[in-house]
Design a protein around this ligand. Structure first.
Ligand code: HEM
Length: 489
């Protein structure tokens, strides 16, 4: 019955007056520091204060579910530069974090959510085979190949368009937009996040310079959205369009008398497929390669199973989605990839729309709320030896999937109303690419050309909103030389 204002904030690292935790929360892998504080302070939730920003980190699955799932009514907002500036950067509402409008989420879900995502499996399969071809030709450029095939796959799913084999213009424009989103999505990056009044003052006022940036961003975003959308429409007019999110929905709109969607809605959501789907999946592939270097036995077991399932002659064909139920080792490798190194270790920040009380602590309105996905998936009581890459943790001794071990999807795709709208698409994409790589290549640590000594890959993190291993060298070699599986691709 105490008034919330008299309650204390959740515990956290000691704060300095005015500066808060500016100097004692590490910038490098802060999720690990938050997890450590949570243990030391014996609290599931941690409070961190930065000038103008109150941040609450949820370090257990229970806390994340209690707040983000059960109290979704006040924990489902996002507040970043983008949402402070609706009149300047309208289109940013379609970024991963701004599918606020129910229409967009509904449209996304109807076309790409759950089983609907399986409609686009043929695109993912074709791009997985392209990945094998590219890796065969130039294995050392694996990170660039991930980048290319995932971009091509997302553009094909969104618009039914092909991209040029190198230097494609859609891809370079879209990537420039992703950089804008990353900047706009960083909590506290712009002063206007803390002082909304700044959007009403002239741009020359100190701290309001973001307004120039916003005008430029708006122009670039509009162009990025329009160009592929118009190209897809033109292909429809010419009768040469291929199945895609855009074509399906434009057709449906044409044929239904009353539609809850407009052409703009379709355009916005099509853009979101790339902006939300590209980096998450391409970085997960990088994590897989980094992880499998640490566990050769898992790689061998997965390959033996693939060879057995795919036919009498090893290397006869590449896996397809139909093989998924028979390849639990591949599924375990994908689960472990998502668990071991979550690409969004602190999810995508939410913002409280009202003051709240949890476990006797006050959570101020307007706080950023971050689920510590890394801490949840590295809880040693659930995943023993969490720092090791062990796909086998998801398997029973007889090789079947062990459904008693919690799937990383308990946290990896987020929570509640804003849970990832493309999780099935993300899973499908990563699964088929991992299965194809395991079938076709041996992935091992690189060796020094002159001494022959093993080069240990770096353990560094990129440590941004999206985290991934820093680039590392490895060896990717064809398993079956002169086998039809690769020669015919
Ligand atoms: C391994 C791949 C992926 C991971 C780990 C991932 C993870 C996430 C996470 C953590 C969120 C924030 C959820 C929250 O706030 O609770 C999110 C949001 C979102 N994701 Fe994904 N994602 C992946 C792939 C994809 C793909 C392929 C697409 C699209 C085709 C996609 C579309 C979205 C969208 C639209 C949102 C925003 C939902 C909203 O705010 O309403 N994601 N994702």
């Amino acid at each position: 019955l105490r008034r919330p204002r008299s309650l204390s904030l959740p515990p956290g690292p000691p704060k300095l007056p005015l500066l808060g935790n500016m100097y004692n929360v590490p910038k490098y892998c802060p999720w690990e520091a938050y997890a450590q504080y949570s243990k030391e302070l014996g609290s599931d939730i941690i409070h961190v204060g930065l000038p103008g920003a109150s941040i609450v980190v949820l370090c257990s699955l229970q806390a994340a579910r209690d707040l983000l799932d059960k109290r979704a009514a006040i924990y489902s907002d996002r507040r970043f530069l983008a949402s402070q500036l609706p009149s300047y950067v309208i289109c940013l509402e379609l970024t991963p974090c701004h599918l606020q409008r129910r229409t967009h989420r509904r449209l996304f879900h109807k076309s790409l959510g759950g089983p609907a995502a399986n409609r686009f499996r043929s695109q993912s399969l074709a791009h997985a085979q392209d990945l094998v071809r590219r890796l065969t030709e130039k294995p050392e450029a694996y990170a660039e190949h991930f980048d290319y095939v995932i971009s091509a796959s997302m553009i094909s799913i969104a618009y039914g368009l092909d991209v040029a084999p190198t230097g494609d213009e859609y891809i370079s424009t879209a990537d420039a937009i992703l950089d804008i989103f990353l900047e706009a999505l960083t909590p506290g990056k712009f002063l206007v996040d803390a002082i909304p009044l700044l959007k009403h003052v002239p741009a020359w006022v100190p701290g309001a310079g973001f307004q120039h940036k916003a005008v430029q961003w708006k122009r670039e975003i509009r162009e990025w959205l329009d160009t592929p959308f118009q190209a897809a429409k033109q292909m429809m007019d010419e009768g040469s369009a291929r199945p895609s999110f855009t074509m399906d929905n434009l057709r449906e709109m044409e044929h239904s008398e009353v539609s809850y969607i407009s052409e703009d809605d379709i355009k916005y959501v099509a853009g979101t497929i790339y902006s939300a789907g590209k980096d998450t999946t391409r970085l997960a592939l990088r994590v897989f390669v980094r992880g499998i270097l640490e566990n050769r036995a898992a790689q061998r077991n997965a390959q033996q199973q693939i060879d057995k399932v795919l036919g009498c002659k090893p290397g006869h064909r590449l896996p397809t989605f139909e093989d998924e139920p028979d390849l639990p080792w591949v599924t375990a490798c994908v689960k472990e990839t998502l668990r071991w190194w979550p690409v969004l270790p602190l999810g995508l920040a939410r913002c409280t729309s009202a003051e709240d009380v949890y476990e006797g602590h006050r959570i101020p309105a307007g706080s950023f709320v971050l689920p510590n996905v890394w801490a949840i998936l590295h809880d040693e009581t659930v995943y023993p030896d969490p720092e090791s890459f062990k796909p086998e943790r998801f398997l029973l001794p007889d090789g079947r999937l062990n459904l008693d071990v919690p799937d990383p999807d308990i946290a990896i795709f987020g929570f509640g109303r804003r849970i990832c709208a493309g999780q099935q698409m993300g899973w499908n994409t990563v699964w088929i690419m991992v299965a194809s790589m395991l079938a076709a290549f041996d992935i091992t640590k690189a060796r020094d050309e002159s001494t022959g000594e093993v080069i240990e890959p770096s353990v560094g993190h990129t440590s941004e909103i999206m985290d991934a291993p820093v680039p590392f060298k490895c060896s990717i070699q064809r398993r079956f030389v002169n086998r039809p599986v690769l020669d015919e691709l």
